[in-house]
Design a protein around this ligand. Structure first.
Ligand code: ATP
Length: 223
């Protein structure tokens, strides 16, 4: 059972979806659209990351990644963008951004952070990962090729302790729960898209046409 941290009657659930988005693709967008219908998300805010210098750097610069996100969601009222992490030169940690957002939304508003199954499996390597559920819920998208089991018994226990199967519970509490969604499996990854573009292969059906056109106009991912 997930801990009861801040109880409140059913209300809107806001979700944030962080990523490098180098580039944003249908493997991000389509599962999230299904998740939004399953859970009843009122809005999904995309949060492009500023990647810490010690990690492999994105091929596209922050402005280009932001532009691709803008093009990908144009005309889709489910999505909005928060570009605060890209505005700073210093790397931002997810927990710190979420803590700031929590203050802005207020203590009682149900807030969720969306991650893919691959990210769930490595979550224990994130800065202050154990504080995440004190600030938000976690919504997990299915992703093919990744285990359904956590790496250790302790991590599995942590997951079991917080997991809820009924999405409506997510709106009754401000944070503290994990929902593993039954979203359609998508094999698409940005790594594969970059590899294809580098070798001149087509990427139709992998990302929105407007994003593809932008990639070509900027000469991205050719090197
Ligand atoms: P890369 O291949 O460069 O690592 P990526 O395709 O995994 O990139 P990110 O921007 O790193 O994309 O991902 C942002 C979030 O989206 C992560 O939590 C990741 O788990 C999730 N995600 C990415 N692709 C998929 C997919 N095909 N299905 C489900 N979740 C995904």
């Amino acid at each position: 059972m997930a801990e009861t941290l801040t109880s409140c009657p059913e209300k809107a659930l806001f979700a944030l979806f962080g990523g490098t988005f180098d580039p944003i693709h249908y493997g991000h967008l389509r599962p999230v659209e299904v998740l939004a219908r399953q859970v009843g998300l009122d809005r999904v805010t995309l949060l492009p990351n500023n990647v810490p210098p010690h990690r492999p750097q994105p091929k596209a610069n922050p402005l280009q990644r932001l532009k691709m996100v803008e093009l990908a969601i144009a005309g889709n009222p489910l999505f909005s963008i928060d570009n605060r992490e890209l505005k700073h030169d210093s790397p931002s940690y997810t927990i710190e951004t979420l803590e700031t957002l929590r203050k802005e939304y207020g203590a009682a508003v149900p807030l969720a952070f969306i991650i893919g199954q691959d990210s769930l499996l490595t979550l224990h390597k994130w800065h202050r990962w154990q504080d995440l559920l004190g600030v938000c819920h976690l919504l997990v998208l299915a992703r093919p090729g990744y285990s359904n089991e956590m790496e250790t018994e302790e991590l599995q226990q942590w997951l079991n302790n917080h997991r809820v199967d009924e999405p409506k519970k997510l709106k009754m509490q401000a944070h503290g729960m994990i929902y593993i969604a039954d979203t359609p499996l998508s094999e698409i990854s940005a790594t594969d898209i970059r590899r294809r573009l580098h070798s001149g292969e087509a990427c139709d059906d992998l990302l929105p046409p407007a994003v593809q056109r932008y990639i070509h106009s900027q000469g991205l991912y050719r090197e």
